[in-house]
Design a protein around this ligand. Sequence first.
Ligand code: GAP
Length: 429
Amino acid sequence: MYPGSEIYGGLAGTWDYGPLGLTLKNNIKNSWWKKFVEERDDMYGVDAAILMNAKVWEASGHIAGFSDPLVECKNCRKKFRADHISEGNTETGKLELPKECPECGKFGTWLPESKFNMMFKTNVGPVEDKSFASYLRPETAQGMFVNFKNVMDSFHPRLPFGMAQIGKAFRNEISPRDFLFRAREFEQMEIEYFTRESEWEKIFENFRMEILKWLSDIGLGGGSIHELEVPAEDRAHYSKRTIDFEFDYPFGRKELLGLAYRTDFDLSAHINKSGADLLYYDEETKERFTSHCIEPSFGLDRAILAVLCEAYMEDELGGEARVFLKLKPSIAPVKAAVFPLLKNKPELVNKAREVFTELKKEIRPIVFDDNGNIGKRYRRQDEIGTPYCVTIDFDTLEDDTVTVRDRDTGKQERIKISELISLLKEYIY
Ligand code: GAP
């Protein structure tokens, strides 16, 4: 990952994914979509527009309330998110701004606190006018609520059922920080799961378990995930219950994703604002009512950052210090690397190319590398988390076997080429 617009000095809060980062991102995204959409019979995927009618954000409460507390230093004019720099007063227990500005160190220079709306405003069409104002979506969720009727009318799902979406979200964060953790442009993977009010607790609990299973699937099992029951005063305006799933990032224990019971807040708000009929009709009981909603909301970039932090390892192998990424093979950006032992022996290079071509038909992405000594090639793959390296040596020419080296242990086993594909498939998927 690189800073966005890097050659122009960057643009704070934006990040560009390069070839390996993008593949890791796609692997995590696909694993999520497979588990939460494709493997279920009650989920409907959508891909709504990022630009939405401003009335959506009036109804959702984002225009009135999606803001953070902002303070500015009178001396250096630096702006801060008040809750990020405040500390609890030991006597009153209340949060208070520091006496000195963290930027310039000047004493007692705060301007009065204000509210800063985090949505990016833009104009749709050629006229810069209030009536043409729109916003880049700050969450993907609303794209699902506004398509509730479309999915109901086209697919006639029975409750409970869910809608899912993966896509970009934008927030004009006052102080983007900690690499991918707090960005201004990021990606969310969200589910709005609709149910009868009486069933929300059961469904909430079910998603709690499914979330933990998926986190373990991508390598975030173990002790680094913590559940925080969010107290009422800290919950979003729409939520009656929220659990934050936190991860031990190197900069502290922080929110990785959230699970919220949004009640019937959003559908009711859109019914009131748009006048559309977003009620659910139960054919058996002949009742019409507003569905309630459970929302698992995942930040894709925060998941990637957590996966990288969890996978980062340092050890000693063959008497040398090494760094490697202990990524789950299923999400590693490169699944295997193929090496001829020596670059200047055409018989080895040709055989290695042959093995590479056959392997690539079944396992992707894989790489071919004949550059530098074999130890360096192993280390290059260790650093990007490639789980297996396949080496073609002189024995291969005699008995059609290769060595397969395991990233985590550095151990090598000799395998028949005829068994290589099925063995690697078994290890990786
Ligand atoms: N629809 C509910 C919603 O958007 P949220 O807690 O504001 O709830 C959900 O955001 C998730 O989106 C967070 O748990 C986090 O993973 C991710 N997220 C939020 N703001 C972010 C930011 N500035 N940068 C990166 N990820 C962010």
